[in-house]
Design a protein around this ligand. Sequence first.
Ligand code: HSE
Length: 315
Amino acid sequence: MKIGNKIRVFAPATVANVACGFDVLGFAIDKPGDELIMEITKQKGVEIADIEGDEGMLPRDPKKNSATVAIQDYLDFIKADFGCRIWLKKMMPSGSGLGSSAASAVAGVYAINMLCNEKLTKEEMLPFLLDAEKAACDAAIADNVAAGLFGGFILVRSYEPLDILQIPVPEELWCAVIHPDVVVLTKDAREILPKEIPLAHSLRQSANVGGMMVGLLRGDYDLIGRSLVDYIAEPYRSKLIPGFYEMKQAAKDAGALGGSISGSGPSVFALCHGKEIAHNVGDAMKKIMDEMKIGSEVYVSKVNSHGPKVLPMAD
Ligand code: HSE
């Protein structure tokens, strides 16, 4: 097997849940995302040479960092007689609800797979990413990692066995995401959810997932908007996000189809018909945060259709 020596990759942020699809829907966005440089070493194991941009928050222990957990799983699976060293550049904060741990893990497995001449398929690599999510968030959830790895809009139809479906996205579907400068850990955001939900809520939730699928397939923007309702997580998690309902209303008033919490929060996303509306929606949500004197960052992009990519070694 011919193995290249060094590579630089990018893996995108992701919006999980998408209101109605708790733990089963997700999509990738163009920015933010993580960059990772990987170099093959003769020595076995995965070494973290440096992590930039995390303010020292992420674990340096390769058994605990999402990127290195996934890479080590990969190396074990292929019974590698070599290892690697990584430099991780975090370009989004942890605890943002934008799939930060997932982006690092996706970047890691994508990089090692490219250096191993694409030895494994994306489907084969997905279990490594679930292990990484388990290490990072104490929950092996596929919504962020599958969206990040495959790109596009995904439905996790089944966890056992894993069955990931990619859903076509209408051409003019844009997303505005705001990341308020507040940390919400996925673990904490999962703990506040009720263990059981009323039957009526379950029915409405699954009906909205169906509505979302039909809306995406038909390019019916109004139906997509009507389906952006969450009975499972939003009612509980919204209290962790200052100004959440005000941002949601401001997004609607600025023309958004609808929106909700991105993943486990605190980021808030809104889907929009067209680029201009998406920019207006991002501005409207930011105005709420500015009025509340909470720092925030807005990202506007289409759904990212390709997932991770190789970057030139230096730019
Ligand atoms: N679906 C997860 C949650 C997001 O909302 O807790 C992290 O994968």
